[in-house]
Write a protein that binds this ligand. Structure first.
Ligand SMILES: *[C@@H]1O[C@H](CO)[C@@H](O)[C@H](O)[C@H]1NC(C)=O
Ligand SMILES: *[C@@H]1O[C@H](CO)[C@@H](O)[C@H](O)[C@H]1NC(C)=O
Ligand SMILES: *[C@@H]1O[C@H](CO)[C@@H](O)[C@H](O)[C@H]1NC(C)=O
Ligand SMILES: *[C@@H]1O[C@H](CO)[C@@H](O)[C@H](O)[C@H]1NC(C)=O
Ligand SMILES: *[C@@H]1O[C@H](CO)[C@@H](O)[C@H](O)[C@H]1NC(C)=O
Ligand SMILES: *[C@@H]1O[C@H](CO)[C@@H](O)[C@H](O)[C@H]1NC(C)=O
Ligand SMILES: *[C@@H]1O[C@H](CO)[C@@H](O)[C@H](O)[C@H]1NC(C)=O
Ligand SMILES: *[C@@H]1O[C@H](CO)[C@@H](O)[C@H](O)[C@H]1NC(C)=O
Ligand SMILES: *[C@@H]1O[C@H](CO)[C@@H](O)[C@H](O)[C@H]1NC(C)=O
Ligand SMILES: *[C@@H]1O[C@H](CO)[C@@H](O)[C@H](O)[C@H]1NC(C)=O
Ligand SMILES: *[C@@H]1O[C@H](CO)[C@@H](O)[C@H](O)[C@H]1NC(C)=O
Ligand SMILES: *[C@@H]1O[C@H](CO)[C@@H](O)[C@H](O)[C@H]1NC(C)=O
Length: 580
């Protein structure tokens, strides 16, 4: 009787075993290791070297990183040839983390984006990061990192951007950085980087932003820098550059929009090189010791292309006159306060108090006058640019910041910016609203809140569906919105989901595993489990035969069912399957 019951049970248990194995794999049980174990170990080590006061990473000790929704760990959406899932990104921005960066990070050898911005991490940048050849974004801004820049980082073949601004990095810029032939952005401002700018950097073919302001750099300005064909923004202010001249080559950079050398030790006469920079919007040489006269060719021909503003800031130098025309075209501002030339009181337009500031007003055109407020209670709101009047919907809100836009007046770029974002996000124009006046923040960053509204279908649809929320959020948080040069890179400080979206099941985006990948894993697991359960069943039958005389059959059956087949796991102890 027991044998018969036993066979039935074994069949049931075989099934249960398969299900259990599958579940433990899919939902990250202790055995369900699908992330490369080398990377799992590296993540543990990485976490151990951090201090996490808010417990933002508390779920890093359960289950599998890629399958169990570890905060900030984003994995590739597929299993690689080695049979494992791999970490694609660490997104650990703004978590008040301190401690240090473990060199073990380099074991995340498929990682594309390392983002630990705006924390309090100290210690060195581990040179081992130079081994992560897949790295595209190295984002370490806003921490307390010290030590010098590892030469090894210069050999990252795919690096698009290096952001280490607002740390306490010292030492020189390694010459090896001249190898970064895919890098578009050097954001290294507000550190203590010293020494000379290596002339070798001039061979960087893709560099667009060279932000080295607020450092301890010194020496002369390498004329070769002008050879970088795509350079758009050069910020070298607040350093210790000296010398009598600014290289003449700098007058020959066709894409230059911003050039800042304020607060250095430049002496000598003012160079006559700035007339051939058609895109220039800001030229700042304030707080140096430049003397001589200012050639008016800087602004003379701006009228023809009048929409772009030009600010020329030459305050606090030793400049004594202007050669050429004193007539300033509209939208050109020249500041000369603190120069001997301003002893001549006739020059109000040059020496007047500073009333033109860089910040600007974005007029919002909201014409929902005819819509009843009470028909659209918060968090619902009328979509400002909707073509259908009084379309009431709940937006997604993005706290968004342009890190280093190539202009100093946003207004002429508003339309272009809206087109850029809506096309990259595949939205209709009316779905995007710049909800707050864009505000300039320290470091020439432009912050704003964006609202993104669902598409109008009919009067019963007021919300995004969850896949659309995931898609849009993913584009922002995974940095998949390709930069447009003029706007430069962006940061997402917060992606706000209002109440109606809070309940949406958005967890799948965390691990980034698609259904297809899950099915793949499940099939592999089932194949393995079937084999395993066959072996286990076979063992049990043999054991049963041997132990027949040592204990009562009934007892043996109970014992086997619970302890051997379930391997000590209590998962099925109370399930109906076992309550015979
Ligand atoms: C980290 O945890 C704190 C406290 O729970 C929370 O307020 C904060 O939003 C978390 N930060 C992130 C980036 O998840
Ligand atoms: C981070 O720490 C600072 C001070 O240590 C505190 O003021 C701030 O609220 C913290 N932020 C979070 C998100 O915990
Ligand atoms: C890291 O790169 C160095 C050379 O830059 C090499 O010697 C070392 O073996 C690499 N380590 C790993 C783990 O790939
Ligand atoms: C970038 O540098 C690598 C290594 O020096 C070289 O193999 C590659 O061809 C270069 N790419 C470009 C676009 O110059
Ligand atoms: C800047 O460099 C000088 C030497 O060139 C050094 O004496 C000084 O301490 C450095 N300052 C900082 C803040 O690193
Ligand atoms: C300009 O600065 C350099 C380096 O500090 C110095 O040698 C030179 O005498 C200075 N020239 C003038 C005109 O002050
Ligand atoms: C005006 O703009 C046109 C087209 O953008 C450009 O070709 C031309 O050089 C500009 N002229 C001046 C004086 O900047
Ligand atoms: C020039 O120096 C003065 C005084 O130190 C400072 O107030 C001003 O902000 C500086 N100007 C620029 C453009 O940095
Ligand atoms: C300004 O434009 C005129 C006419 O096109 C040209 O002759 C002159 O050289 C230009 N001046 C500068 C400083 O570019
Ligand atoms: C000055 O700039 C504003 C916007 O930035 C533009 O609307 C205006 O046409 C410009 N003025 C001239 C004379 O070009
Ligand atoms: C960089 O440092 C300067 C001087 O300390 C400071 O005025 C400026 O706000 C800092 N920039 C950023 C982006 O924090
Ligand atoms: C995934 O993690 C996020 C935050 O870390 C949490 O809000 C969410 O509920 C988690 N989802 C699941 C299924 O655990």
């Amino acid at each position: 009787m027991c044998i018969e019951m036993f066979r039935t049970r074994i069949m049931l248990f075989g099934t249960a075993f398969v299900v259990w194995l599958c579940c433990s794999h899919l939902f990250g049980g202790a055995d369900g290791q699908v992330t490369d174990p080398v990377e799992v170990t590296a993540l543990h080590t990485f976490k151990q070297s951090l201090i996490d006061p808010n417990q933002n990473l508390s779920n890093w000790n359960r289950g599998d990183p890629c399958m169990s929704n570890w905060t900030g760990v984003l994995c590739f959406n597929m299993i690689m040839d080695d049979g494992y899932l791999h970490v694609e990104e660490l997104l650990l921005q703004n978590m008040n983390l301190s401690g240090s960066l473990s060199p073990e990070l380099h074991r995340l050898s498929y990682m594309k984006r390392l983002n630990v911005m705006w924390n309090k991490i100290s210690g060195n940048i581990p040179k081992e990061i130079g081994n992560i050849t897949s790295l595209i974004l190295l984002l370490l801004s806003g921490n307390q990192l010290t030590g010098s820049l590892p030469e090894e980082i210069g050999y990252l073949p795919n690096l698009d951007r290096i952001q280490i601004d607002e740390n306490q990095i010292s030492g020189p810029i390694p010459k090896s950085f001249a190898n970064l032939n895919k890098t578009m952005h050097f954001h290294m401002n507000n550190n203590s980087i010293s020494g000379q700018i290596p002339p070798e950097l001039s061979s960087l073919p893709e560099l667009v932003h060279l932000l080295l302001d607020n450092n301890n750099l010194s020496g002369y300005l390498p004329p070769e820098l002008a050879n970088m064909p795509k350079l758009q923004i050069v910020q070298l202010d607040n350093n210790h550059f000296d010398g009598a001249t600014i290289p003449a080559t700098y007058g020959n950079m066709p894409h230059l929009t911003k050039f800042d050398l304020s607060n250095n030790n430049l002496n000598g006469t003012f160079p006559g090189i700035f007339s051939g920079l058609p895109q220039l919007q800001r030229l700042a040489l304030a707080n140096n010791s430049l003397s001589g006269s200012i050639p008016s060719n800087i602004w003379e021909n701006r009228t023809s292309n009048g929409t772009k503003r030009l600010i020329v800031d030459l305050q606090n130098n030793m400049l004594s006159n202007i050669s050429g025309s004193y007539n300033l075209p509209p939208n050109v501002t020249v500041r000369l306060q603190g120069n001997p030339i301003c002893l001549n009181t006739n020059l109000v337009q040059f020496c007047g108090s500073q009333n033109e500031n860089d910040s600007n007003i974005q007029s919002s055109t909201n014409s929902n006058v005819a819509c009843f407020v009470q028909s659209c209670p918060p968090p619902y709101e009328y979509v400002p640019s909707s073509l259908v009047p009084c379309f009431c919907a709940v937006p997604l809100i993005v706290d968004y910041r342009l890190k280093s836009p190539g202009f100093s007046d946003f207004r002429p770029y508003t339309n272009l910016f809206e087109e850029y974002l809506t096309s990259r996000l595949e939205l209709k124009a009316y779905q995007l609203d710049i909800a707050t006046t864009p505000m300039w923040e320290t470091g020439h960053r432009l912050g704003m809140y964006l609202k993104i509204f669902p598409v109008y279908i009919d009067n019963t649809h007021h919300l995004f569906n969850s896949s659309e929320v995931l898609r849009i959020r993913g584009l922002f948080t995974r940095w998949e919105i390709r930069d447009l040069k003029i706007f430069g890179p962006y940061e997402v400080l917060n992606f706000i989901l209002l109440d109606p979206y809070k309940d949406a099941d958005l967890s799948s985006s965390k691990s980034g595993i698609s259904k297809v990948a899950l099915i793949g894993i499940a099939l592999g697991t089932i194949a393995g489990a079937v084999t395993l359960s066959a072996i286990v069943s076979h063992l049990i039958l043999r054991l049963n035969t041997r132990k027949r005389h040592t204990s009562s059959r009934r007892h043996l059956c109970e014992y086997l069912t619970v302890t051997i087949i379930c391997g000590g796991s209590k998962i099925y102890h109370d399930s109906p399957l076992f309550s015979s």
